[in-house]
Every structure is written in C-alpha cells, then in structure tokens.
Design a protein around this ligand. Structure first.
Ligand code: BES
Ligand code: ZN
Length: 641
C-alpha cells in the first residue's frame, strides 16, 4: 500500500497555527439583564465564502453578538421586538452588513457607534426567495459597530410551531417551540444564517402568565418586571438558537442534568433518560470535558419533527423516545454527542453536514457500547447499515451518496440523509479499524480540542488526519480508499460489516417460522426479543407474506398499535407494503398523533407508492394542520411527487 501524502498540508497547517482560545466555562452565570459574554479569540483563519445558503457577506463582516428583546405573542403567533447585533469587520473597508431574513417584518434599523445612536439606516429588503428568504442589506458608516432592528416574525415562520392548548397534553396552555437547523434561524430573527459564523447571544423574553420560557442558553429566572433573561456566553452558529415556551416542569437527574416536560410525561422521561449522566461520563472519557455548563433535555409535544435536536445546554426531544424500557436512548446519546461534534466543532457549510452528523453517529455508537456493551452497539450498527443501503439505493442521484455533498444542492435537507449519518459514521469506523482505537481515539479527541468553537470543512479533517496519522502508521490507509469514502458514491467495499449474533438468531427463527409455518416456533424466541431484535425481524420480513401470516404475527405479538413507536412504524411499513387492512385505522391514528419526520415521511411515501394515494391524501388533509411547518413542506412534496 502506498502512503498518502497530505493533499493540502501546508494550507491546512497555515490554518491551524492561530489556535482558538477557549471560553472560561467556570465564569459564574449572571441571571441579571447584564450581558456577560465570555471572550473568545477567533482564530485568524482565511475565510472563503463556501456556504451558498446564506445571503450574508460573512467574508467581510461577522456578527459577534445577538441580543433579542422579544414579546412571545401567542394571540398573533409572532415573536415581536428588537434584535441588537454587534459585529466586527473582517474586511476593514466593508461598508454594508448583509443579513438573512425570512418572513420577517422589519420596522426600522438603527445604527450605533459605541453607545452613540446614529441616524436611522436606509436599509433595503430584497424580494423573498422561497428557500433563502429575503436579503437585508444595511449600509454602515465608518464607526458603526452595532445595529438595532425592530422586527416581527411571521405566523407562518417555518422555524416556529405555535400549538394551541388543545394540541398539548395538558390542554390548558399553548406551546411554542423553534427548530432553527438548518436555515430557519432567519425566520426567528435577522442573522447571518450560516454555520460558518459563530456568535454569542442573550435574550429577554416576555411570555404569558403560567408559561415557562426556555432557550439554548443559561435558563433565565423571572425578574421583578416579569421578564426572563437568558445568556449563551459560548459562541454558537445561528442554527443552535432555540426557544421553547410551554407549561413544562423540571425534574433533576443530577446536579447539572435534568428534564423539562409537560406533567403527563415528566416522571417517565426522567426515568427513561436516567442514564444521561453515564453517557456524559463516557463522552468525556473519550473526547474531553463537556464545555457547555448544564445539559438539560426537554420533551416536546409529539409534532416535534425530529427525534432530537442538539440545541446547546437543552436538547429538544420527541416524546416517542419514552418507550418505558430505555430502548431508544441512543437518540439522547446522539444529541449529547453533538456537544463535541457539531456544537463545538461545526461544519462550515451544509455540504459538510457529515462532519456534524456522521461524527455524532459515530460517537453515539461508541458511547452506547461503553454503557450497554458491544452486542447492543453492533445491533445498532447493523440496523443503521440496513437503512444506509436502502437510502443509497433510493438516492435521486449518485452525488447525493458522497460524504462531501454536491455544490448544487437545492436545500440543505438534501445533506441530512443516512449518507451523512451512517456512511459518515462508517468512514470513522473504517479509520478506527485501520489505525486501532489506541491511535484513532486520541486523534479524534485532538481534532475536537484543536478546533473547538471553530467551523471546519471536510478538507480540514482529511488534512488534519493525514498530518497526524501518516507519521504514526503510513500504510494504514491509501489515498484511494479515503477518496472513495469522501468523494465517491455508494458504500465503499472497505466498510465494516456489523455481525450481530442476536440478529443471526432472529433470522434463524424467522426462517424456521416461515418454513414450518407455525407461529409457536417464533413465539418461544420472540418473547425475549429486545426492541432492536424486533426491528431487525420486522425490517427483514420476506417480500411475500400472506394475510394469514400477517394476522398470525399481529395476533401473537400485538404489533398493530404497539406502544413502542419504532416497532409500530416498522410494522406499519410492512402493513402498507402487504396491504394488511386491520392496521390501517391504527395507522391513521399514528399519523394523526405523531409528527416525527423519520416515521411520517416514509409512511406517506410508502402509501403513495403502494396505491394508497387517496387514503394518504385524506389522512394528511386531517393531520396537516397539526404537523410542524417543516413536516408540512416535506409531505406536500412527497404527495405531490
Ligand atoms: N441535528 C439533527 C436533527 C436535524 C437534522 C435538524 C437536520 C434539522 C435538520 C439531530 O441531531 C438528529 O440527527 N436527530 C436524529 C436522531 C439521531 C439518533 C439519528 C433524529 O431526529 O432522528
Ligand atoms: Zn444529529
């Protein structure tokens, strides 16, 4: 094997000389309205504008701090108030600040020179693009160093879901939650909406009585004026700004980890996620200290369109994770792992989403192995690998199966498929296997340490690993092998093949049932199956299944209406494929009550592809008003196509 020479090593080294000072996380938090900002020296990296999903001129001017002062108005379904933005000039001659907005009503823009107010700005707001939104261009004077924008969001903001009291479990109070990733922060506030720019933020919120506001920041207490104050002293990209307002209560898990949720699920959630502290310990042992102070979870209403979202200090979670047996807690391991991969070291554009999601899926699996052992970790790898193969076979074009996503993506959503997650994780498994954990683990830890609070590219990672690993083991990998993973289509032949003994037994039992035809054969094994084994069984059911066989399975194992959402979903996919009528009424109920995209996008897609388009359209007509705006956009496209 030939050793690979760093492609752009000199360039990479130049980029890494100026190292980034880390924020002092020991500084006590202020709960007052004064903004306490931890100073971070931004490394003097050359900025090349490679994110095409922002209008902002971040190669010339960069936001350093965002302060929000907002009314949370549930009657009008808007956030309304003032965004004050501090910025620095990268290019000293820069005379405009360009921001991203989407659906925002801009009332005025005031310029400041230090504490001195200058004249009102003659800003311009462009026509809106359906994906990108509207470009806000603000001319600057020589000394202008901050601006205040009076604005209001749209009730249709894609990044905000406003739920009526009837749409909550408690039925008495409304609920609001945000989802800024990937390009919806601009529907919440005027920002440089690119992961290439990091800034601190603070916020003052006014909310109706009886509701608790929470943000991806230090959680505020109510002051004497009834206002809540929040502060995020570590610099974060705009997609990590988050807000949730609802009738939620808190339950501690340990002294710096806890859960927020509506009353109905609070105790169950605290129990389900009781091993989060051990996950943090495992993560820290592998990759160094958790740098974000508290780590809390919030269980959102079921319309939350994701399994989880890694908002710093406060991961957002779907209630479908609360299965009662801790079988779906890998999602918590995943969101926590983003505290290193993604939140600390961030993809500089969505073309490099695998740097966030692939790394996080890798770390997630390492943490699951530490906590629950190799068998469970390998089962999760095998389930993921099956999903990846399906995703690759369904890809609209081969470029979308590269880790480095193509330049001409139409929407960042295209980068968030199992390619970024699971092909990405498997690239790291490949490196781990070739170099060995004793070499690869410290290298990955060093990658996080050396790029903390920075935004990075795929090429940065490859160059860094070459520079670090080639001298240790020059023959471990070839340039061709690396390129096949990063810039090539499909699953490289060097991929790890997860082998699960438990799954082999499931396959044998399935075979015996299928050949012998007697459900009791299966029953003796299946009563002891874990959720993972059930998922492997259901996903691997034969192409040909009779109504009798489906009925026998359902009768023996109560699959229709199964309380575990993953099992129910896997069963409904089979029910749609085999036209198993008894599952359809419960499936309708599932679609009416669960808004998690991972489930409902595929269910609607399968209905559409199995001659059930009319049924799907009817159910969707009823369910759509309760879905998140992101889910509405995605399913509109699925059912139109
Ligand atoms: N960051 C993602 C969620 C996301 C992706 C939001 C793309 C917006 C755009 C989050 O960390 C995630 O990956 N969630 C997964 C869970 C995970 C275990 C694969 C999910 O939601 O299913
Ligand atoms: Zn993720």
């Amino acid at each position: 094997m030939t050793s690979i020479k760093p492609i752009l090593l000199s360039l990479a080294m130049a980029g890494f000389v100026a190292s980034c000072g880390k924020p002092d996380t020991k500084t006590p938090e202020t709960k007052s309205s004064t903004t306490e900002t931890v100073k971070t020296e931004t490394a003097a990296r050359k900025i090349t504008k490679d994110d095409k999903f922002t209008y902002s001129n971040y190669d010339k001017v960069q936001v350093t701090h965002l302060d929000l002062n907002l009314d949370v108005n549930f009657d009008a379904k808007v956030l309304d108030g003032i965004a004050t933005i501090d910025f620095k000039r990268i290019d000293p001659s820069a005379d405009t600040l360009v921001l991203d907005t989407k659906g925002l009503l801009i009332r005025s823009v005031q310029l400041f020179n230090g504490d001195e107010a200058e004249v009102d700005s003659s800003y311009t707001l462009s026509d809106a693009d359906p994906t990108m939104g509207a470009k806000l261009t603000i001319p600057l004077n020589d000394g202008t160093d901050s601006i205040a924008i009076s604005y209001r969001t749209s009730p249709e903001a894609e990044g905000l879901q406003w739920l009526s009291p009837e749409q909550t479990a408690g039925k008495e109070k409304p609920f609001l939650f945000s989802q800024a990733q990937a390009i919806n922060a601009r529907t919440m506030a005027p920002v440089q909406d690119t992961p290439a720019v990091r800034h601190t933020y603070s916020a003052t919120l006014r909310v109706p009585d009886g509701l608790t506001p929470l943000m991806s920041a230090s959680q505020g207490e109510k002051d004497e004026n009834g206002e809540y104050h929040f502060n995020m002293p570590q610099p974060i990209p705009s997609y990590l700004i988050a807000i949730a307002v609802g009738d939620v209560k808190f339950k501690a898990i340990n002294d710096h980890i806890g859960v927020y949720a509506e009353d109905y699920i609070l105790d169950a959630a605290a129990e389900e996620f009781s091993e989060t502290p051990q996950m943090e310990v495992a993560n820290e042992r592998l990759y160094g200290p958790y740098l974000w102070d508290r780590y809390d979870l919030i269980v959102l209403p079921p319309s939350f369109p994701y399994g989880g979202m890694e908002n710093p200090r406060l991961s957002f979670l779907t209630p479908t994770l609360v299965a009662g047996d801790k079988s779906l807690t890998n999602v918590v391991a995943h969101e926590l792992a983003h505290s290193w991969s993604g939140n600390l070291v961030t993809n500089s554009s969505w073309r490099d989403a695998w740097l966030n999601e692939g790394f996080t899926s890798y770390v997630e699996n390492r943490v699951m192995e530490e906590l629950y052992g190799k068998d469970r970790a390998v089962m999760e790898q095998a389930l993921d690998m099956q999903g990846l193969k399906r995703a690759i076979s369904e890809a609209k074009r081969p470029e979308l199966t590269h880790l480095k996503m193509p330049e001409d993506m139409k929407h960042p959503d295209e980068a968030f498929t199992l390619v970024s997650y699971i092909k990405g994780a498997n690239f790291l498994f490949f490196l781990e296997d070739r170099f060995g954990r004793e070499v690869f683990d410290p290298a990955l830890k060093a990658w996080f340490d050396d790029h903390a609070f920075q935004s990075v590219t795929t090429e940065d990672f490859i160059n860094y690993m070459h520079a670090r690993l080639d001298p240790i083991d020059p023959d471990a990998v070839t340039r061709e092998e690396i390129n096949a993973w990063v810039y090539g289509p499909g699953l490289p032949e060097t991929a790890r093949q997860p082998k699960s003994d438990a799954f082999a037994k499931v396959e044998a039992a399935t075979q015996a049932w299928f050949e012998g035809g007697n459900i009791e054969i299966l029953q003796s094994d299946a009563t002891a199956w874990s959720t993972h084994e059930w998922l492997h069984f259901l996903n691997g059911l034969p192409e040909q299944l009779s109504l009798e066989q489906l009925n026998a399975l359902d009768t023996a194992f109560s699959l229709t209406g199964n309380p575990n959402a993953e099992i129910a979903f896997a069963w409904y996919m089979q029910a749609i494929k085999h036209d198993y009528e008894p599952a359809f009424a419960p499936l309708e109920n599932f679609l009416m009550t669960v808004g998690r995209g991972k489930f409902i996008y595929r269910l609607y897609g399968a209905l559409q592809n199995n001659d059930k388009a009319d049924w799907a359209a009817r159910v969707y007509g009823n369910a759509r008003p309760g879905y998140h705006p992101i889910a509405q956009r995605r399913i509109d496209a699925i059912l139109e196509g």
